[in-house]
Write a protein that binds this ligand. Sequence first.
Ligand SMILES: Cc1cc2nc3c(=O)[nH]c(=O)nc-3n(C[C@H](O)[C@H](O)[C@H](O)COP(=O)(O)OP(=O)(O)OC[C@H]3O[C@@H](n4cnc5c(N)ncnc54)[C@H](O)[C@@H]3O)c2cc1C
Length: 462
Amino acid sequence: MPVKRFDKTPMPTQVAGMRAHNFLEVNEGYTEDHARFEAERCLRCQDPICVTGCPVGVPIPQFIHAVALGDMQGASRLLRSANPLASVCGRVCAQENQCEARCSLAGRFNPVAIGHLERFVADWERTQTQEAKPQITRTEKVAIIGSGPAGLVCAGELARLGYSVTIYEALHAPGGVLRYGIPEFRLPKDILDWEISLLTDLGVKIECNVIIGRTLSLDQLTTKMGYSAVFIGTGAGLPQFLGIPGENLVGVYSANEYLTRVNLMRGYSADADTPVAHGESVAIVGAGNTAMDAVRTAMRMGASKAMVIYRRSETEMSAREEEYHHAKEEGVEFHWLTNPLEIIDDGNGRVSGLRCQRMVLGEPDKSGRARPVAIPDSEFVIPVDNVVLAIGTTPNPMLTRTTAGLSTTPSGCIVADERTGSTSRSLVFAGGDAVSGAATVILAAGAGKRAASAIHETLNPG
Ligand SMILES: Cc1cc2nc3c(=O)[nH]c(=O)nc-3n(C[C@H](O)[C@H](O)[C@H](O)COP(=O)(O)OP(=O)(O)OC[C@H]3O[C@@H](n4cnc5c(N)ncnc54)[C@H](O)[C@@H]3O)c2cc1C
């Protein structure tokens, strides 16, 4: 592959015109030659600051050095010791804002492709026979509520310390957003299944279809069921709506519902009987990772026109760089500085269009981003069959409303210590999106990891 030394080794991908119509993974992964070539770009800095950009503290220069030497076993041991979800994070982390942003090469040249190398090593590990696993050696049992990255990582860390761990998950399959939100073309479910199988091999039990706060209460876990500690990793899965007319029309979805129908309920497969729209013209409102996933899914579901509607500009959008780049390549339309005012009824209760107004950017708001301001008399209608709202989510109140003594913020997030995850309830810990509000996989994983060590220190001090 002809690459300049200071460029990142490009990630091989499926051709855009083809992949926009299938659910196969877009990125095809490095070969060993690519990986070693890219690893040799690492400067092995004396005082590496890339590591400070990683919320789980992956020993980045060391694992990359091992890749450069062709020691994949060593690289995978180093990686796995710090990141129990490496094959997931290698695919979905926004490295450009984290480790790669702090790479010494980043200022003048392209940073080392740390994420692509992480994915390569984790995928290599998947082809190897797994080593003997630690056993349950302790008497204390720990319950984990929610099987997203926070819960999975917390469970894995505790199992490695010898605790008996059970995860309770409301849905019928584990993984949280990694299962129901992030599509197959970005994170194949066999990768997730493999990561989860490593946990069940350690002895972690997973009970699906159990809603804590409905099927069982948190108090039942700690009293009748004998759990010594509980970790809450219930995420932020409650969708927000715009509050504009027409949101109840047939053909309007929250992105969570739309993606769940397609990913978790296999709506993409011809042999699944999941009711999900196959609109010709689909508008996604919002410009974060969820919006990119929804719009690219709509294309793959057969839309001839799939568009992103965002009231701010390209500069303010929060989606990962790679997702935006791939979406553009696949033919997604972007309508910047466009604010939806009404979803239009076709007269039979179905969506026929989106009435919008044009915006300009004003002074920064509380978030520090430029505030969008409406341009008078700039309204117009975009004809659409479906509207998918991807404008944010908040924590689901089911558990917090049914659990006495668990403090929450006004926005419904659980109050928890940042370092330990301890909450207002003794021996109840929390982390991930349920505490921070909607954030990222690696931050949730980091919170799960810190809470696991705090639970261990609490149950077995010294
Ligand atoms: C579509 C989409 C795309 C994203 N893309 C990216 C990306 O590319 N990169 C990135 O870093 N981040 C991304 N994110 C954000 C990231 O996925 C989340 O920050 C992360 O999954 C949070 O992990 P968590 O473990 O806190 O919660 P979740 O992953 O939300 O998992 C929580 C789990 O708890 C379960 N649960 C909830 N309440 C209960 C209850 N009462 N009882 C039992 N179980 C319960 C839920 O069913 C769920 O399975 C994306 C998010 C979405 C929605």
